[in-house]
Design a protein around this ligand. Structure first.
Ligand code: N2P
Length: 370
């Protein structure tokens, strides 16, 4: 055997041994949305439990769903939205939770969990993490320059060509998410936002194509920084993301007070908006279900849930945590809407396979403008 070969073999042996040592470490593989956790919470989880977190991010339910259906994702905890949750349960890719291992479920907000039970009967598979609305984010100064005192809390801003066109020069992004944008357009048109009727979808598609020429990009995460640094001025986005843009802009201004503050606003359209629930779930073939339960239980600790909501400007499903959420966030009606606004929010349910095909085709048409 050549000296080189011997060396290579020895190296393999060391690598194997190292691999074994690593395998014995406790680990949880988490796949969550981007900009959706206070990083200090991951550190404290590892410090307190000895479980390492391998953390990976996404910004689309479609991507998560494709991975789950292919199987062997290697993930222990994944965070689908309610509509997808229902479909993923039906596809048998998630495992029922062992609630004895999640004692902090006693802090669950029953209002939220009962809304979630429409998608997950009996709350067997999912623990709500955050909930949110899909609305309008904007640069306050640039909006004033373009539309004066026109209220920003109307879908008119983004769905009336003569209004949205005024924002084209300062940059418009829409979420790259048909499940958010199509129902919003249906609602604006006075149709059932949950409609899967091809005639209704065609009307929504026509509306979205008529404003699509003003949209610079369809993307579901880049808009946070783009809004914060003034690169864009109008989005259809998720409540907490837009408010994180506001926080980041404020932080940038605190650092360099000589530069003007980029003032960001978020509005829930008065015509009604989509409310969604994002939940922790465990894939059926998760390699570390024990650690997954420990992770979910930690996230349900009231002080931890509060930390996340305060950091993210997203409302959570933990009632007890409200005692420790930053009052600025808890009292912000664009995060925790009042009853009048709540009554106008709507949810949607999954399409069947045929309607889903039309849905996907329609979205491609809207995005490509063809
Ligand atoms: C986090 C986005 C989560 C809301 N950036 C959409 N499910």
């Amino acid at each position: 055997m050549s000296a080189f070969k011997k060396l290579a073999l020895a190296a393999t042996a060391v690598a194997l041994f190292a691999g074994q040592a690593v395998a014995e470490d406790k680990v949880v593989n988490v796949y969550n949305w981007s900009d959706y956790i206070d990083p200090s919470v991951l550190e404290s989880f590892t410090k307190e439990t000895g479980i390492k977190v391998v953390y990976d991010t996404m910004d689309s339910n479609e991507v998560l769903e494709t991975k789950l259906y292919a199987g062997n994702t290697g993930y222990d905890v994944v965070v689908p939205s309610n509509l997808n949750l229902k479909r993923e349960i039906a596809h048998d890719v998630l495992q029922p939770l062992d609630k004895d291992k999640i004692p902090n479920l006693k802090y669950a907000w029953d209002k939220v969990f009962s809304a979630l039970s429409t998608y997950d009967p009996g709350n067997k598979y999912a623990v709500d993490y955050m909930w949110l609305t899909t609305g309008i984010g904007y640069n306050v100064t640039k909006a004033k320059e373009r539309v004066g005192d026109m209220p920003m809390n109307s879908w008119d801003i983004v769905f009336k060509p003569e209004i949205i066109s005024k924002f084209q020069d300062c940059g418009i992004y829409f979420l790259d998410s048909p499940d958010d944008i199509i129902p919003s357009a249906l609602r604006y048109l006075g149709l059932n936002p949950n409609s899967k009727d091809p005639k209704d979808i065609a009307k929504a598609s026509e509306l979205l194509q008529s404003v699509g020429k003003y949209v610079k990009k369809y993307h579901s995460s880049e808009y946070i920084n783009a809004l914060a640094n003034g690169d864009i001025c109008l989005v259809i986005g998720w409540s907490g993301d837009v408010l994180q843009a506001r926080t980041r802009a404020q932080e940038a201004h605190d650092k360099s007070p000589d530069k003007p503050l980029v003032d960001i606003g978020y509005a829930i359209p008065k015509e009604g908006a989509l409310i969604s629930f994002d939940s922790f779930t465990i894939p059926k073939d998760a390699p570390h279900p024990e650690e997954a339960h420990a992770f979910i239980n930690y996230m349900m600790r009231p002080d931890i849930a509060a930390k996340n909501s305060s950091f993210l400007s997203y409302a959570n499903g933990n009632l007890e945590s409200q005692k420790s959420i930053d009052p600025k966030i808890l009292n912000d009606k664009s995060v925790y809407p009042d009853d009048a606004t709540m009554s106008k929010l709507f949810t949607t349910t999954p399409a069947d396979a045929k309607a889903q095909k039309l849905w996907t085709r329609t979205w491609t048409k809207i995005k490509t403008g063809q």
